[in-house]
Write a protein that binds this ligand. Structure first.
Ligand code: KIV
Length: 272
């Protein structure tokens, strides 16, 4: 008897290209572990991003800077084990691509080899072009990231909206085209004016994925802890919170404590 092989049409970078051409919006969410990634994949999300926001939401750091390449690979391995359909993108963390393109390539190869992710993401425009070209020429798809790039928080000094001034907006438009020419398959646009994101999205043939960049991007991404209401302190204007998991989990755990203290749990049906 032959085994039944489940045929699932996996999302690839080509799928995303076709979605943009057809005007179909692309959905992306972050995940850092097997259990949530399984839920998101089964729910039909197109892209799961193993973001370096893991540094904040998983490890409790204030910025994304401290997370290491090995820690990112650990999270990506867990997410990849859950993958049936979604495309898995893994961030190259701070310090593992900025110094030169050989180091960038080595980091991308390590992520691909050890985690099984499908693609990598890195932040920046012109400054990282050599790295993007080198990684792409090794057969590794690269997603770019422009606008508010959290790995540069010490340069920006603040998480406010980027590219509101003409000079920064012009640089962003140029960078988006350069990333496309260098071979990026998509670009994240974070926290920039919606009109600018629209202009950039229309000027590119590769998809843009927005976060705080308005509805004219080709897709949208949110950090799972923000959209599920696990992290309740972070309430930027662009965030739509779909659940209040923090409140629900708090209620469930308080009830559990109460049931233990009152000797209600376990009852005779919950024991052997
Ligand atoms: O690390 C991350 O979660 C990200 C998204 C905010 C796009 O880069």
């Amino acid at each position: 008897m032959s085994a039944v092989v489940k045929e699932v049409k996996k999302v690839t970078t080509n799928t995303l290209q076709k979605m943009k051409a057809a005007g179909e919006k692309i959905s992306m969410i972050t995940a850092y572990d097997f259990s949530f990634a399984s839920i998101f994949d089964a729910a039909g999300i197109d892209i799961i991003l193993v973001g370096d926001s893991a540094s904040n939401v998983m490890a409790g750091h204030v910025t994304t800077l401290p997370i290491t390449l090995d820690q990112m690979i650990y999270h990506a391995q867990s997410v990849v084990r859950a993958r049936e359909r979604s495309l898995i993108v893994c961030d190259i963390p701070f310090g593992y691509y900025q110094s030169n393109s050989d180091i960038a390539l080595a980091s991308a190869i390590k992520i691909m080899k050890e985690s099984g992710a499908n693609t990598v993401k890195l932040e920046g425009g012109e400054e990282v072009l050599d790295s993007v070209k080198k990684i792409v020429s090794a057969g590794i798809p690269v997603m770019g990231h422009l606008g508010l790039t959290p790995q540069s928080i010490n340069k920006f000094g603040t998480y406010v909206v980027r590219a509101t001034e003409e000079q920064e907006a012009n640089k962003l438009k140029r960078d988006a085209l350069l990333l496309q020419e260098a071979g990026c398959f998509a670009v994240v646009l974070e926290k920039i004016p919606a009109a600018l994101a629209k202009e950039v999205s229309e000027s590119l043939h590769i998809p843009t994925i927005g976060i705080g960049a308005g509805g004219d991007c080709d897709g949208q991404v949110l950090v799972m802890h923000d959209m599920l209401g696990i992290n309740t302190e972070f309430k930027p204007r662009f965030l739509r919170q779909y659940l209040n998991l923090n409140e629900q989990v708090t209620g469930a755990v308080q009830q559990y404590i109460k049931d233990i203290k009152s000797k209600d749990f376990p009852n005779e049906n919950e024991q052997y």
